[in-house]
Write a protein of this length. Structure first.
Length: 117
């Protein structure tokens, strides 16, 4: 099971921390690249951030400097710390995992993030 949690309603400028615990992976958690994606109403799902290791972290330009992705192998969990939230960050956020250079093939159920102005 993979369930993202931590979403909610927050005012612009506020913070939220998303979590996603993974189970049922074929290989060890540390072998996977973990990612966060989001989908706003009427828009396609977009990449937010990914982490393979502390030396392999990527962010979309829209969240760089405001969001931080991290992972805890002891808990098989990936996190997304979101600071300085903006109304345009409003979306359903999804966690995902991929092994090697494959596509993301483990997806969690999304969590709604709503940022009010």
């Amino acid at each position: 099971q993979r369930q993202a949690s931590g979403g909610g309603l927050v005012q612009a400028g506020g913070s939220l921390r998303l979590s996603c615990a993974f189970s049922g992976l074929t290989f060890t958690f540390s072998s996977y690249t973990m990612g966060w994606f989001r989908q706003a109403p009427g828009r396609e799902r977009e990449f937010v951030a990914s982490i393979r290791s502390r030396l392999s972290i990527f962010y979309s330009d829209s969240v760089k400097g405001r969001f931080t992705i991290s992972r805890d192998a002891t808990k098989n969990t990936v996190y997304l710390q979101m600071n300085s939230l903006k109304p345009e960050d409003t979306a359903v956020y999804y966690c995902a995992a991929k092994y090697g250079n494959s596509a993301y093939d483990y997806w969690g159920q999304g969590t709604q993030v709503t940022v009010s102005s």
